[in-house]
Design a protein around this ligand. Structure first.
Ligand code: GDP
Ligand code: CA
Length: 336
């Protein structure tokens, strides 16, 4: 990965391919990598990002919201680029000491990251909502786009293993290191949650919807599971373009393969396109999977194969521009 680029500024919007409002659906690392490019390809003040909160959990008394923080820290140029999460240069004194004192510390938080998550929990205990706190943080980092938690209700994603265990998503991902023997994914908490503040407004104002190359099952899945969200996106009737997180039949990072398989989907760009086909219009996937183009088009989708491994900000910006341009071409085709 390239070093942290400087955060976007409004002058970056001068090269933008579109100046209408854009809505992005986002998980953590895959989304954050794309969003660093998207804020350069479009006017970032007109970008609203709905972020998954299915991974959220209280650890050591601090409220951890992994995807919100990954996206915020990445866009702010403050993320630990080697891990893809946490703050660059953060120390782990608190974790080391807790461990020495005999506590379970499988979820490791850096000291400054911990302070931020503890601050969030203290403010939430005073009655401040997650959305207001997410907005406070993005203002602190002078980010021009809005970051909207999908819900403020607890909506933990649960993962079932074939040995009968039922785990919080972070237990599955971090403590158990994402084993392959997944038998099911439970989004019932998201299905009982209310959309977060600003979520339905952002959908109602979107001219284009971009689905980040995030885990389809545990990042995009929970957002769509919140009652009213998918319905509002579909009812809006604007072009929806998704980017594949699967390249050459495998995730770039993370357990999307196990989770897709457990959900009955093929681990391929075609598998993701098939999963999304009922509600998206366009699909962008990697050039190494070019042979899948006819099959993806046969699903009724407008599709483009292009470099999508975001090893640097240039690829992320070009990939974002391709996705937005595909959406705009669908919009003008519809208008004709
Ligand atoms: P998480 O919440 O941190 O797991 O992040 P996301 O759900 O947003 O993203 C996870 C997905 O991002 C994985 O399935 C990866 O395959 C995908 N991903 C990560 N980096 C890239 C990349 O450079 N290009 C593409 N196309 N997908 C990526
Ligand atoms: Ca996540």
């Amino acid at each position: 990965m390239s070093p942290n680029p400087s955060p976007p500024t409004l002058t970056d919007a001068s090269e933008c391919v579109f100046d209408g409002r854009i809505l992005a659906l986002a998980g953590g690392v895959g989304a954050a990598r794309l969003l660093r490019g998207l804020v350069r390809a479009v006017d970032p003040t007109k970008l609203d990002v709905i972020v998954n909160t299915g991974d959220d959990r209280v650890f050591y008394g601090a409220f951890v919201s992994p995807d919100l923080d990954i996206v915020t820290y990445t866009l702010a140029g403050a993320v630990d680029m080697t891990r893809g999460f946490g703050l660059e240069g953060d120390r782990y004194d608190l974790m080391d000491r807790l461990e020495a004192l005999g506590h379970e510390t499988w979820f490791r938080l850096g000291d400054r990251d911990f302070a931020h998550c503890l601050h969030r929990k203290l403010r939430m205990d005073e009655g401040v909502g997650l959305a207001a706190l997410a907005d406070e943080l993005r203002r602190e980092h002078a980010l021009p786009c809005r970051l909207l938690p999908m819900t403020e209700d607890p909506a933990p994603t649960r993962v079932q293993l074939d040995d009968g265990r039922d785990l919080h998503f972070e237990e599955y991902l971090v403590r158990e290191r994402s084993p392959a023997n997944v038998s099911g994914v439970d989004l019932s908490a998201a299905k009982a949650a209310k959309p977060g503040p600003g979520v339905l407004d952002a959908i109602a104002n979107a001219e284009v919807v971009i689905v980040c190359p995030s885990n389809p099952i545990v990042s995009i899945g929970p957002i769509l599971a919140v009652p009213g969200v998918r319905e509002a996106i579909e009812a809006r009737g604007v072009p929806i373009v998704a980017i594949s997180p699967i390249i050459g039949g495998a995730p770039v990072k993370g357990p999307a393969d196990h989770l897709l398989r457990a959900s009955g989907c093929d681990v391929s760009a075609l598998g993701v396109a098939t999963l999304y086909r009922d509600w998206i219009d366009g699909f962008v996937f990697d050039e190494v999977d070019q042979v899948l183009l006819p099959a993806i088009e046969a699903l009724g989708l407008h599709a483009i194969a292009t470099p999508s491994l975001m090893k640097d900000i240039g690829v992320a910006t070009a990939l974002s521009a391709t996705a937005v341009e595909l959406a705009l071409s669908l919009r003008s085709a519809e208008a004709r």
